[in-house]
Design a protein around this ligand. Structure first.
Ligand SMILES: Cc1cc2nc3c(=O)[nH]c(=O)nc-3n(C[C@H](O)[C@H](O)[C@H](O)COP(=O)(O)O)c2cc1C
Length: 315
């Protein structure tokens, strides 16, 4: 049976303005991949130049091999991953990965990580000469100098890491927050005061899966990050709270699979959206969202994305 989403996909373009600005970053539309959930090889399946921006997998200074197997498992309405962010280091990234990300010609956001505050600063300096539009700082990495606690769980560490990155680059800096905190507002404000031009809200929720027969955790890393539709209500709540706490734009991320999901995040306060796990289920998920969003917005009687941002009526 034809679904509403199917009908939306074939309706004519109603001329809704999808352009959005993230500080100095001008995007043709608000749809981009979430870090680590897409690679430029998808270009053989979908037109990447129709996305608002591209975001790379997080890169570190130096090579890393990532976590032991198993690295992925399916959960109810989502997935659990503990890939561990394997990284080719700058040389491998420039030779093997970067050209594919640059080819579509849309603004390229490079995601950076580190296992200590100073590692974020060194990778920022190492990639300073590359051609890209902005940095996304993934603060969900464990801080090995502080007992492995996520860097992003401490507003003081977030302030310090973002301020250090901002001081070492002439590109706009986006802070990608962890959802594993009790007060997202404090972390959002710390990133804003350190000079971030936007926030991505959010990364994966810590979770685990158990193998009953083998009586051990399913993942080689024991715990991992939960993503996909299962986390959408929590991510929506975080976007709403974070966007109320700051003046900079928020990029919503967590369980977005359709244009309606994207519109819900925009209504809750997001200016743009990132799509992660949905790409694994449907490689064309992002393009369908770009196609369907004007129809969903027209259905809501709005003429632009900007008009919808944060217009949620809360009594
Ligand atoms: C397999 C996998 C790998 C990921 N790798 C990264 C990464 O390298 N850097 C990062 O900031 N987030 C990473 N994430 C988190 C996603 O970017 C995104 O924040 C999260 O999955 C929530 O969005 P979703 O529900 O749409 O997947 C990864 C997620 C998955 C599922």
């Amino acid at each position: 049976m034809e679904t509403l989403e199917d009908r939306l996909s074939i309706a004519p373009d109603p001329g809704v303005n999808l352009r959005v600005d993230l500080g100095p970053l001008r995007l043709a539309n608000p749809v981009m991949p979430a870090s680590g959930c897409f690679g430029p090889e998808l270009a053989s399946l979908i037109p990447l130049d129709r996305l608002g921006a591209l975001v790379t997998k997080t890169i570190f200074s130096g090579r890393r091999s990532g976590n032991p197997a198993h690295r992925l498992t399916e959960t109810a309405s989502g997935m659990l991953n503990a890939v561990g962010i394997p990284s080719l280091g700058k040389e491998g990234f420039v030779a093997d990965v970067l050209p594919g990300y640059q080819k579509p010609g849309v603004p390229l956001i490079i995601s950076i990580g580190g296992l200590a505050l100073s590692e974020y600063w060194s990778v920022t300096e190492e990639i300073a000469d590359l051609d890209y539009a902005a940095l996304e700082v993934n603060v969900s990495c464990p801080n090995l100098e502080h007992g492995g606690l996520e860097i992003g769980a401490d507003p003081g560490h977030v302030e310090k890491v973002i301020r250090g990155v901002v001081g070492r680059t002439n590109r706009p800096v986006i802070a990608k927050l962890t959802p594993n905190v009790s007060r997202i507002e404090e972390i959002a404000q710390a990133a804003e005061s350190a000079g971030a031009i936007a926030l991505t809200v959010a990364n994966t929720f810590v979770g685990m899966a158990v193998d009953l027969q083998r009586r051990c955790p399913v993942l080689g890393n024991t715990t991992g990050g939960v993503s996909g539709p299962a986390i959408k209500p929590m991510a929506l709540r975080l976007v709403w709270q974070a966007s109320q706490a700051v003046d900079i734009p928020v990029i919503g991320c967590g369980g977005i699979a359709t244009a309606r999901d994207a519109a819900e995040f925009i209504l809750a306060g997001a200016t743009a959206v990132q799509i992660g796990t949905a790409n694994f289920a449907r490689p064309d998920a992002m393009i369908r969202i770009v196609d369907d969003l004007p129809l969903v917005l027209a259905d809501l009687d709005v003429a632009s994305v900007d008009e919808l941002v944060g217009s949620l009526k809360v009594s």
